[in-house]
Design a binder for this molecule. Structure first.
Ligand SMILES: Nc1nc(=O)c2c([nH]1)NC[C@@H]1CN(c3ccc(C(=O)N[C@@H](CCC(=O)O)C(=O)O)cc3)C=[N+]21
Length: 300
């Protein structure tokens, strides 16, 4: 048996289209244009690629994009001053500070300086608490994208057994909260989990977010399960030529696709959905700010 491919790239395009339609409507009716500010500290080449891609897609859906590139040795005070300025800027509805930050900067201090209403990453402690208690919040983009794909593919998630592999604050923990919110029976597995294969084998839904290339094995998967691969690992690809690399997920795709009912590819799965959800969150933040009706199907 070969699993159905969940096409994150196509799904992300449809999310962006819905965002664009809603943006056009509120521009026309209320004269409001959502704005997203992205802050990048330092010059990590991979981060620059994502930031450029975010900026381009932001403009494509009709929103304003503001990019702030700061040198790697920016002081905490200067970064906090910029966030303060963006917090009070009426044209800015969403603020994203690209992570990881250089080591001399206190990440949680910086994130918690963002106005929670503009925290389109959903990393602010207020949003984490709101999500954990089932209240309206800004939801982290990657887990939100995974949830949208799961709802679209499976319809009802209620009563399903879900195993999230990975306990990070940006993916594993919020993913588990969202699945719980949709009435799944949720297990969070991690590097210290005993009999990981047995635990994963029980799952109707597997979300892999461990950051280890090809980690999840075919033999761990319950036949017919839905597998979401959050991993983005760049590994050497000598078959493509010397010094070349390729992207792989946290799931051994070739083996797992023979057992699973459905699976997301890497690239072209969760990654594009993450950026689409960032745009969706920016629109949602803008609608909440101005008391406008929120787009349907684009929030948790
Ligand atoms: N505050 C913050 N929020 C983030 O959301 C955030 C961040 N910091 N730091 C970096 C990571 C990384 N990230 C990705 C987004 C899209 C793709 C994506 O679209 N990937 C393509 C492949 C792109 C390629 O070929 O390199 C895919 O999976 O198909 C990947 C990675 C968001 N991040």
């Amino acid at each position: 048996m070969t699993a159905t491919l969940i096409d994150g790239k196509a799904f992300a395009a449809s999310v962006r289209e819905r965002v664009a339609t809603h943006v056009a409507r509120i521009k026309e009716a209320q004269g409001v244009t959502p704005g997203l500010a992205v802050v990048l500290v330092g010059d990590d080449p991979a981060s620059e690629v994502y930031v450029r891609s975010k900026g381009k897609q932001t403009v494509e859906v009709g929103m304003h994009s503001y990019e702030h590139k700061l040198p790697a040795d920016t002081s905490e005070a200067d970064l906090l001053a910029l966030i303060e300025q963006l917090n009070s800027d009426k044209a800015v509805h969403g603020i994203l500070v690209q992570l990881p930050l250089p080591k001399h900067l206190n990440e949680s201090l910086v994130i918690n300086a963002i106005d929670p209403a503009k925290d389109v990453d959903g990393f602010h402690i207020s949003n984490v608490g709101l999500l954990g208690t089932g209240q309206k919040s800004m939801v982290p983009c990657t887990p939100l994208g995974c949830l949208m794909m799961l709802r679209d593919h499976l319809g009802e998630l209620s009563g399903k057994t879900a195993v999230v592999i990975g306990r990070s604050n940006i993916v594993g923990k919020p993913m588990a909260q969202l699945l719980l919110g949709d009435s799944c029976t949720v297990t969070i597995a991690h590097s210290r989990t005993k009999d990981l294969a047995e635990v994963v084998k029980r799952a109707d839904i597997v979300v892999a977010a461990v950051g280890r290339p090809n980690f999840v094995q075919g033999g761990w998967i319950k036949p017919g399960a839905t597998v979401i691969d959050v991993g983005i690992n760049r590994i050497p690809a000598p078959e493509k030529g010397e010094g070349k690399t390729r992207l792989v997920g946290d799931v051994d795709f070739e083996a797992v696709k023979e057992v699973a009912g459905a699976i997301t590819p890497v690239p072209g799965g969760v990654g594009p959905m993450t950026i689409a959800c960032l745009l969706a969150n920016t629109l949602t933040a803008c609608c909440r700010k101005h008391g406008l009706v929120e787009p349907e199907g684009l929030t948790a």
